[in-house]
Design a binder for this molecule. Structure first.
Ligand SMILES: [Fe+2]
Ligand SMILES: [Fe+2]
Length: 540
């Protein structure tokens, strides 16, 4: 029974081919669902459908919905990707109205695959045309076309895969165009089935990738809105977080590229770089937990407190004047108002006024965040024992013990309690970031931010971590953070430091074991610090 034997053999071959196709489709499906980058995904959709069908070229169109969601009249078809084995095609994205007059448009609107044997010889009555301008411009000859709509999980067409020129020999190059006649054949119904099946998987993968991209950009805008909100509480830190992010990511990129030295094995993936960016952008977010007046405190006394003291001293001056005139009047009434006596009284009065003036000057000087000398400290203490009579006649001290305490801050402008409050921002940052369900690749964001004020020798805060216990990402961030804090324009407690001086301060800190010298060497050597400096000159 040779006929039966041949029949069995044919069936077995067909079965084997189907198994192969199915296997290939499965492999492609897995690859599609793993790819999250929209562009790489489009590349993959085209290359795998072309491989399945031996197509020489292909294009991918995406449907863009217009404002009117119920009608397709303002929808567009965007030419989004193209591949061609025979000629170099300079790719340029463009959009055209979604209409039945083009083959891809017809496939998208009808939801049906369109299979054309020769684009130059369309069946009579076809609703679509084939514009030859591309062929004329590029010296190509488009013959067979298979245009397949991509449907998402809701059955909605989101785009079209269009394959061009099925070849007898998949390796053949269709140049010169005379080759087309012998090489190009129409797409088969099996091709149609295969590509339809691939296109639906592609549509789901594409929708997923677009969703993920959408979520990412939504999250990014949320992060930058949060950063703007936190920085608006302290105008002098405006832009600090994103500069620290640029510097730290820049440092990580340089480190990643090193092939020798202490960091030759350190590598950062794209996700890890993004993790560093998020941690840097949000490192100071915990400042929401610090009272604004403490955050922007530039002097030892709050503005309101200093105002009260100024008014008090104006009152003291007036009181002295009133007492002086009353004394002169009393002297004249009692017949003791000789010109000499009155002149003496006037001199004494002026001396007292000068003394009050001098005290006020001393207080103003002590209010500055500079280091307080021992003798100024003692002079301040004296003022608690000097007193004046208030409006009710009660004796009141020139300065209250609280005021003296604030003015006696030996260094900077913050009291111990206020310094601790400012430092608490790190813990607030950690708590806040720990509330966010970071997905796997970003899970270390809270830890990296948590360590941005730790120092290598254990002298930092809040956990006094030392050495390797501080993540390398945090050690990089600490250097960026200090550098930006130094060179940033006017902070309330200090003026901007020139860049060279800031770099010296970093060297000193590293020299005393607080910063990672190897990281700093990279920061300096690769001139990472220039990333955030305004073009054409150093800030500060
Ligand atoms: Fe901080
Ligand atoms: Fe900071």
């Amino acid at each position: 029974m040779p006929d039966d034997a041949r029949r069995v053999e044919e069936l077995e071959q067909a079965l084997a081919r189907q198994r192969r196709d199915l296997h290939e489709l499965n492999t492609i499906g897995v690859a599609l669902s793993a790819q999250r980058d929209v562009h790489k995904l489009m590349e993959l959709i085209l290359s795998s459908s072309r491989q399945l069908t031996a197509a020489d070229a292909g294009s991918l169109y995406l449907v863009e919905r217009g404002k009117d969601h119920d009608a397709t009249t303002d929808d567009q078809l965007r030419f989004s990707w193209t591949q061609n084995d025979s000629i170099e095609v300079p790719f340029e994205e463009f959009a055209m109205p979604l209409a039945e007059t083009s083959i891809a448009g017809y496939a998208a609107l009808s939801g049906q695959a369109v299979n054309v044997a020769d684009a130059y010889d369309l069946p009579p009555g076809s609703p679509f045309r084939y514009g030859r301008s591309f062929d004329q411009r590029s010296g190509y000859r488009t013959k067979s076309i298979l245009s397949v709509p991509m449907r998402d999980h809701k059955g909605e067409v989101i785009g079209v895969v269009q394959l061009i020129n099925k070849k007898r020999d998949p390796q053949a190059r269709l140049q010169p165009v005379s080759v087309v006649e012998e090489q190009v054949v129409p797409f088969t119904s099996t091709d149609e089935e295969l590509v339809t099946s691939l296109a639906s998987q592609a549509a789901v993968a594409l929708e997923n990738a677009r969703l993920i991209q959408g979520i990412k950009s939504l999250f990014n805008s949320f992060v930058s809105a949060s950063v703007t909100a936190i920085e608006s509480r302290d105008p002098t830190t405006s832009g600090h977080s994103s500069r620290v992010a640029d510097l730290t990511v820049g440092l990580a990129e340089r480190m990643d590229a090193l092939t020798d030295g202490p960091f030759k094995d350190v590598r950062f993936t794209r996700d890890q770089l993004q993790e560093i960016r998020y941690a840097s952008l949000l490192h100071d977010f915990g400042k929401v937990g610090v009272r604004e007046k403490v955050l922007i405190k530039g002097k030892k006394l709050y503005v309101g407190e200093m105002l009260v003291i100024r008014q008090r001293f104006a009152y003291i001056r007036r009181t002295l004047e009133a007492e002086h005139y009353k004394a002169q009047l009393d002297a004249i009434r009692q017949g003791q108002g000789s010109p000499e006596a009155l002149a003496r009284m006037e001199r004494d009065h002026q001396a007292r006024l000068a003394e009050v003036e001098q005290l006020m000057g001393m207080i103003t000087a002590a209010n500055e965040p500079s280091i307080l000398e021992e003798e100024s400290f003692r002079a301040l203490m004296d003022l608690t024992s000097q007193s004046y009579a208030d409006a009710e006649g009660e004796r009141q001290p020139y300065l209250t013990p609280n005021e003296v305490q604030a003015l006696s801050i030996r260094r900077g402008s913050l009291s111990e309690k206020e310094r601790r409050e400012i430092e608490s921002h790190v813990t607030h940052t950690f708590r806040f970031l720990s509330e966010i369900p970071w997905t796997g690749e970003y899970r270390r964001v809270p830890d990296i931010a948590y360590a941005h004020h730790e120092k290598l020798d254990g002298s930092g805060y809040p956990r006094k971590l030392a050495g390797e216990a501080i993540p390398i990402q945090s050690r990089m961030m600490t250097i960026s953070d200090i550098f930006d804090a130094l060179v940033a324009w006017d902070r309330p407690y200090k003026k901007a430091v020139p860049v060279e001086r800031a770099l010296d301060i970093l060297r000193e800190e590293a020299g005393s074991g607080k910063l990672d010298t190897r990281v700093l060497d990279l920061f300096l050597g690769a001139r990472v610090y220039e990333i955030t400096l305004p073009r054409g000159g150093a800030r500060g």
